[in-house]
Design a protein. Sequence first.
Length: 95
Amino acid sequence: MRSRLVEEHDFGEGFKRYEHRLSESPIHEHLICLECGSVLEFESNEVYGVENRVRREHGFVPVRHRLEIYGLCKDCDEGGAELPVGGLTCPIETA
């Protein structure tokens, strides 16, 4: 039986990360730096608004979502790092 107390994340680093679902900010999104591998968590009222719009316009009841944005963090961008040529090197999951 799978526990619903932790959520697994695979950001393409060769290992998986786990976080408690009962944290102070249980609903948050992730920014993943392709250069240094840092992961920044952030909250977005706009994303919550999309869930409400989906419910209203499509009669669909969202239970959970996942948003991961890959790019360069501020430090790597200012340090002159460049995005990989040929696209992403991180896994893109399709369901």
